[in-house]
Design a protein around this ligand. Sequence first.
Ligand code: HEM
Length: 193
Amino acid sequence: MADFTPYRPFARIMHWLTAILVLLTIPAAILMLQPGIGRGLQDPLFLFHKNIGVVILVIVTLRLAYRLVNPPPPLPNHVPKLQRIIAEFTHWALYGLLLAMAVSGYIRVTAGGFPLEVFDSLGFPHLAPRSDELAQTAKSIHSALRLPLIALVALHIGAALYHGLVRRDGIFQRMAPPLRGRLSPAADASRAS
Ligand code: HEM
């Protein structure tokens, strides 16, 4: 196993939380929009998708703020320049697309006058003004970004699997779930320092 410096535990927890929620909410969205789906299934899927989407918005915002204060550990020297550029681009594009998806979804719902069940019951205000035109624009943006986001998520997962299973070069381990006893001695040493 190659030596590596892992991301901090908070960054790794937030990463895996985002991954789980995004991988649940995309299929939920696709399913809830299927023609002929009964209301008995559609309503809970909408409720799940909208409210989890807002949770994703909060988490991604927190992650960006945390990243500003705690920059990620540098990639190991053996990573070629082109791969570094692709990784950097993919990570920022993922942040951007997740934010754009979550914000456009939020505006689509609140400007459209629809409820955000969990957040409404907690007393959160609707921040977008009520406007059918705004809701329609947000809906078009939300729909247009879905394929680029799905493609980027697939690329990201493919790259992670390639590093974790094929190359075994420590890149995957940098962001591995923060479970005890899973890091190399070098990583443990750097984490402890
Ligand atoms: C990163 C978070 C999110 C992702 C990845 C995501 C993903 C998606 C996807 C893939 C669709 C299907 C679009 C289509 O086939 O046209 C969709 C639809 C939808 N999403 Fe999201 N979404 C997110 C956040 C949100 C949020 C925060 C809300 C609302 C608070 C929301 C509300 C909706 C609604 C209402 C639809 C149905 C669109 C329509 O009116 O036809 N989404 N979402």
